[in-house]
Design a protein around this ligand. Structure first.
Ligand SMILES: Cc1cccc(C(=O)NCC2(NC(=O)c3cccc4nocc34)CCCC2)c1
Length: 235
């Protein structure tokens, strides 16, 4: 899978691309990640990538020419999607990651800065996706989240030991609590069931924990899960 990051700050991605999951996937040839800087596509002496907003107001807007030129400079691998990371986008979910991981060979991720990008750049954008409803200073952080979430779902990227991790969330529940050695730490004990070796009881306890935590902490997820369950039961 090929990822193209359109970013004014390619150095932002240097360390994340050299560590962990992404580095392993790149080393295994499962992914290519390229950064393209719109500043390299400016024609003026000052390499201007932003300008004042028409209509006035504070802040600056990313100019359309450098972004469009950067996008048009990319090789095209199909199927592809050009995504603008944006607070106006559809929210990131595990289902969205699954969809992207299985439906495209190239993901172009456009990262905004300042107040955003000139609206005319949307001509080149297929989809807007958001990390969530809050204010950030840049689109690079959401881009990295999307890259990580999609890449880990591609076959071969993560070992078997990791793959169960998404099981709980892929059925829409929060995770159960995790423990490791020592069995007692500062007087804090590990739940007995986990030391029992009774795998049926352990699985039941974990499922119960997932349900309780989801019900208590995320009633929205819990309701969606219940609806999904009754759908499954009625078929
Ligand atoms: C709720 C709200 C309303 C108005 C502005 C902003 C805001 O944060 N504007 C600033 C920018 N925000 C993001 O890019 C951004 C932010 C959050 C999630 C995201 N998921 O993808 C990209 C994301 C846009 C251009 C550069 C940074 C946020």
């Amino acid at each position: 899978m090929r990822f193209d990051l359109i970013t004014l700050f390619p150095e932002f991605f240097h360390s994340p691309l050299q560590s962990g999951l992404i580095a392993k996937a790149i080393a295994k040839g499962l992914a290519e990640v390229h950064c393209t800087n719109p500043r390299d596509f400016t024609c003026d002496r000052h390499h201007k990538v932003d300008d004042e907003p028409y209509g006035g107001g504070a802040g600056m807007v990313l100019k359309p020419e450098p972004l469009a030129a950067a996008l048009e400079s990319l090789p095209v691998v199909t199927p592809r999607q050009v995504i603008y990371l944006s607070p106006q986008g559809e929210p990131m979910t595990q289902a969205l990651f699954q969809d992207l991981a299985t439906s495209v060979e190239q993901l172009v991720l456009v990262c905004g800065h300042y107040e955003g990008i000139d609206e005319r750049v949307m001509t080149w954008i297929d989809r807007e996706i958001s990390l969530g409803d809050f204010v950030l200073t840049c689109g690079e952080i959401p881009a990295l989240a999307l890259l990580n979430g999609v890449l880990r779902l591609r076959p071969g990227t993560i070992g078997k030991e990791e793959s169960h991790r998404c099981d709980s969330f892929s059925d829409g529940l929060l995770d159960y609590p995790h423990y490791t050695r020592p069995a007692e730490f500062r007087g804090l004990k590990v739940p007995e069931v986990l030391l029992s070796g009774n795998h049926g009881a352990i699985a039941a306890w974990r499922r119960q924990q997932q349900l309780e935590r989801t019900r208590d902490r995320r009633p929205d997820l819990y309701q969606a899960w219940q609806a999904q369950q009754s759908d499954l039961d009625s078929h």
